[in-house]
Design a protein around this ligand. Structure first.
Ligand SMILES: [Zn+2]
Length: 412
């Protein structure tokens, strides 16, 4: 009888170590020189990583680009929201499932083994996207971990909206999302209060999109920090974007970051989508947009868990995206100048084990950890970024989900 379900031969597991990886019953069983596997794949010294985690995307909106007319992208936020409402009024579960499945298949072929998706919940689309994504989650069970965050795209202030959010959680959404900036200025604090109430009622974590403009005057991060502290929501609040931190003076930003670290708040960065954020136009001055990614290195230095997402993929808000986390890593590292070896290592951790911690997965390349692994097409981390974004093998739960046999040899 075979000792292992799969042996990955000659895997580079860090800069100095090439080892075989023995996989059995969905977990990494042994490292070293191994024989006797039911299947063998020879990595030939290529870097093997834990599967990528896409911590923030919107699968329900993905690939809406195919339904959009020429030139219907790159508009103002208000125009985009109007068009989204129009498209959403034609939503069917089947259509959402088809578009989301296209995105997931692409992600699997690019080494993504776990996803947290935001899914719209609002009076325009009701619970149709949530129901569709619950179905998709079932369809991909075992192939990719999917966590669903109920996302109030049109706000939560108002009985109907609030009730819909509760129903979404009751139906099976895992996380309570938030988008305070969609409310009138006077209702943004109320939005935070309401989503905390839902999270408390159902014992869920929060994942809130805040400060996604690089105009610091629109920031609501401090309110969120205060609320998290008041409610003692330690280790239960994730902040997505937080671009304002890059716009605040350093001392102020570091004060916020210290408090976020004390509260165990985590952060998700979506580099490509963040980069197209525009500076708010002044009445008579137009400021050219500059980098709009949060203070990633300072957050990491304070021990805050920062993970990575693609955000929108081929939709109204972001018409680009090929589902590749490698592309996001390249954008992150370039835009934030994280070019030292330590920083590149940190960036890869953001794309793998940090996202896994957020989703409660057991990642690492050592015995006892989940066999969620990818064989990259490169022999160094720098070349993973330089080469084409090809991931020739994706393994989830100890099973091969995707393999390009023209690249990898073995009896797989
Ligand atoms: Zn988003």
């Amino acid at each position: 009888m075979s000792e292992f379900d799969i042996i990955i031969k000659n895997a580079k597991i860090n800069e100095n170590t090439i080892s075989d990886i023995g996989i059995r019953n969905g977990a990494i069983e042994k490292l070293g020189k191994l024989e006797n596997g039911l299947k063998t794949i020879d990595a030939e010294g290529r870097f093997v990583l834990n599967g990528f985690v896409n911590s923030h995307c919107h699968l329900d909106k993905s690939n809406l680009l195919d339904k959009m007319g020429e030139g219907q992208f790159g508009k103002s936020l208000e125009e985009n929201r109007r068009l989204l409402k129009e498209l959403k009024s034609t939503y069917s579960k089947k259509d959402i499932e088809a578009r989301a499945s296209i995105a997931i298949e692409k992600m699997l072929a690019k080494g993504v083994t776990a996803i947290r998706t935001q899914v719209d919940v609002d009076p325009t689309c009701g619970l149709v996207p949530i129901e569709a994504l619950l179905q998709v989650k079932k369809k991909y069970e075992g192939r990719v971990s999917i966590e669903i965050s109920a996302f109030p795209q049109e706000g939560v202030v108002g009985d109907e909206k609030n009730e819909l959010m509760e129903k979404a959680i009751e139906k099976g959404a895992n996380v309570v999302g938030g988008l305070p900036l969609v409310e009138d200025k006077t209702n943004q604090k109320k939005h935070l209060n309401l989503i905390f109430e839902i999270a408390k009622k159902y014992g869920k974590s929060l994942d809130i999109q805040v400060d996604e403009s690089n105009d610091p005057r629109t920031s609501i991060l401090l309110e969120l920090i205060k609320k998290t502290s008041e409610e003692k929501f330690f280790n239960r609040v994730n902040v997505t974007h937080a671009i304002s931190l890059s716009r605040f003076p350093t001392q102020k930003a570091l004060g916020y970051i210290d408090e976020m670290a004390r509260l165990g708040m985590s952060v998700i960065v979506t580099p490509s989508a963040n980069m197209i954020t525009r500076f708010v136009e002044e009445s008579d001055v137009w400021m050219r947009p500059s980098n709009s990614i949060t203070r990633v290195t300072e957050l990491c230095d304070k021990g805050i868990q920062v993970s990575l997402g693609t955000d929108n993929i081929r939709d109204i808000f972001y018409p680009f995206g090929n589902c590749s986390i490698i592309r996001e890593l390249h954008m992150l590292i370039s835009a934030t100048r994280m070019t030292s070896k330590d920083h590149i290592d940190k960036a890869f951790e953001m794309a793998t084990i940090n996202g896994a911690k957020l989703l409660g997965l057991n990642y690492g390349i050592e015995p006892g950890k989940d066999a969620d692994l990818i064989i990259t097409n490169s022999f160094s981390k720098i070349d993973i970024l330089n080469n084409d974004e090809i991931v020739p093998c994706t393994i989830k739960n100890g099973k091969i989900q995707y393999i390009d046999k023209s690249i990898l040899r073995g009896d797989n």
